[in-house]
Write a new protein. Structure first.
Length: 574
């Protein structure tokens, strides 16, 4: 899986900006207010740091993270990818610990033996395990979805109002909260309170200040801590403009525009965290999804989603949009997806149509080559159909999460094939049923996860399988006792797929006849002319003489068998 959005990870270095900064006569002493809010003790005395060859990512963090992953998270998150994604800072982890510690969820002595305050803790292997562990927790789907969905739901005024509301509420309760900035880079800080005053930056007046602990702020002050006036958030409560001088971030015209999200949901901050992590969320993700369209500058994607009440929503018009280079994603409510693809520009012709859908139950990826397709995806079925009767080559991947599929541990399926009608896969007990109004021609690969007794994933790529199938009828794909893919058909059409596809039944219709020999011969003829053309014949049924190649000799033997069977049948009949 390609990770489609950047994570909160930044070490942002800023030279001192040439700011026009006016302080009013009656200056608000922000440092004293910060002290009164616990900022002298309830902070990590650890500036934002990167992992490198000198400071490698703790193995224990990856192991912990991996064990908390869902199937599709684990299968897309090799240790290498994981380290790379988290390499550019630890701001989110540091901020999360400050929030959780101040709010009494974790105690400083949980991180360092006998520590009375968070500020006593020095960077050590143990501290790094906590910081990096919390930092990594943002990679989990629910955490990511919660934060990004909220950001895309709110315009900048609402983001500002929400920031003020959360700051006031938590200050009244004596609690800290987390604040995230999303722009070209993303950064996280710990919010500690809010106060009134008068400030002016770049000609704009601000009357409120949200005080923060910022792990990038250590060099700003004489006291060398994470509290700095420059890294606080200044707000104009009338216009809802906000500004962070340290980064020149904000909503005012001269600033770099960023989205801002305040989050005081401890369940989310500690979700799949390090110390007594939250396992149950108070936010219902069941009916939400994230859809991501690649190359949307060149491609036209029409997408409709149906929710559990049968209501349809246009994803492009109604979805909460976020952009990522040429690609675009949407957060949306609904469970059944209908997607049609086309070119927006001539340039689009050289690019494949490609999209993915993520929800709590699965990750689906659809792609068509050569031509455009019509996709329908639900929890248990996915299909691709041709558009304008133009044959197409498709690639569909599905990775089910544990608990949401009935053929565990076979969670990871890829179907790559061609069709001049359609191709559909239906999740059933112990496997999938494949259907087509034309002929099924597909290559299937699967791999499994290994779970320990506690449902933790310990290995992500066991039992790798790859095979091809050509079938004129529906086929049930399942696994034999050696976890190898095998195929059953239902020639008597009673709904029970109990006839295994026999050697010689190349088109999978339950009889061995001249059509099977013809299939072999035509595949062989095509392959002789062009070695790059993929044959979707199944080797077990088509390589009749088991010499490793499918050629005329197999066709001859199939014909011989057919002739023999016909003769015997006649004899039995007379
Ligand atoms: Ca049957
Ligand atoms: Ca046949
Ligand atoms: Ca052969």
């Amino acid at each position: 899986m390609k990770r489609t959005i950047s994570i909160v990870c930044s070490l942002i270095f800023t030279s001192f900006l040439d700011m026009n900064y006016i302080t009013y006569a009656k200056e608000t002493d922000l440092s004293s207010i910060a002290s009164s809010l616990g900022a002298d003790t309830d902070y990590l005395d650890i500036p934002n740091y990167k992992h490198s060859s000198e400071l490698p990512f703790p193995k224990s963090v990856y192991k912990d993270f991996f064990s908390k992953c869902t199937n599709y998270e684990a299968s897309s998150q090799s240790e290498e990818v994981f380290c790379l994604e988290l390499a550019s800072g630890t701001c989110y982890g540091i901020s999360a610990i400050e929030v959780l510690s101040h709010n009494g969820i974790i105690s400083p002595s949980d991180i360092m033996l006998n520590a009375q305050t968070l500020s006593e803790i020095q960077l050590s292997q143990e501290a790094d395990h906590f910081i990096s562990g919390y930092h990594a927790s943002q990679l989990h789907y629910e955490n990511d979805y919660y934060n990004r969905y909220l950001v895309t739901q709110l315009n900048h005024q609402s983001q500002c109002n929400e920031l003020i509301r959360i700051a006031e509420k938590n200050m009244a309760d004596g609690k800290y909260f987390i604040i995230t900035y999303y722009g070209d880079t993303a950064h996280a800080v710990c919010g500690i309170g809010i106060t009134d005053g008068n400030w002016n930056y770049n000609g704009v007046d601000f009357d409120r200040c949200i005080l923060t602990l910022d792990s990038n702020a250590f060099d700003d002050d004489t006291n060398k801590g994470p509290f700095s006036e420059r890294s606080c958030i200044y707000v104009n409560s009338q216009t809802c403009d906000y500004y962070i001088p340290k980064y020149n971030f904000g909503s005012i015209p001269t600033a770099q525009q960023v989205q801002i999200l305040a989050n005081d949901n401890i369940n989310i901050i500690n979700y799949k965290g390090v110390f007594e992590p939250t396992k149950e969320l108070d936010f219902d993700f069941t009916d939400t999804a994230r859809i991501f369209f690649t190359q949307s500058r060149f491609k036209k994607y029409d997408a409709i989603v149906k929710d559990k009440n049968g209501m349809y929503t246009d994803v492009i018009k109604e979805g909460r949009k976020y952009e990522f280079g040429n690609d675009v994603g949407y957060y949306i409510i609904g469970n059944e997806f209908h997607i049609e693809t086309d070119n927006k520009l001539l340039l689009g012709e050289s690019q494949n149509d490609k999209f993915n859908i993520m929800n709590q139950r699965y990750y689906f990826e659809g792609e068509t080559e050569n031509n455009h397709g019509i996709f329908d995806i639900s929890d248990t079925e996915f299909s691709v159909a041709t558009k304008n009767d133009k044959a197409l080559v498709y690639d569909m991947k599905i990775k089910y999460n544990e608990g949401y599929y009935s053929c565990s541990p076979h969670f990871n399926w890829t179907f790559n094939g061609e069709t001049d009608h359609n191709f559909k896969s239906i999740l059933v007990d112990k496997g999938m049923i494949l259907q087509s109004d034309g002929t099924i021609k597909t290559s299937i690969s699967t791999s499994d996860v290994l779970l320990d007794g506690q449902d933790n994933i310990t290995d992500i790529n066991i039992n790798p399988n790859e095979t091809t199938i050509t079938a004129v009828n529906d086929v049930f794909v399942t696994f034999n006792e050696n976890n190898k893919l095998c195929f059953f058909i239902d020639p008597d059409d009673d709904g029970v797929f109990d006839k295994i596809i026999e050697k010689g039944d190349v088109n999978s219709d339950g009889v061995i006849d001249g059509r099977d020999a013809t299939s072999v011969l035509s595949a062989y003829a095509v392959a002789s002319v062009n070695k790059n053309i993929v044959s979707y014949l199944n080797k077990d049924s088509a390589d009749y003489n088991r010499d490793g190649i499918i050629d005329g000799r197999d066709a001859t033997e199939i014909l011989t068998l057919y002739a023999y069977n016909s003769t015997n049948k006649q004899e039995v009949g007379t």
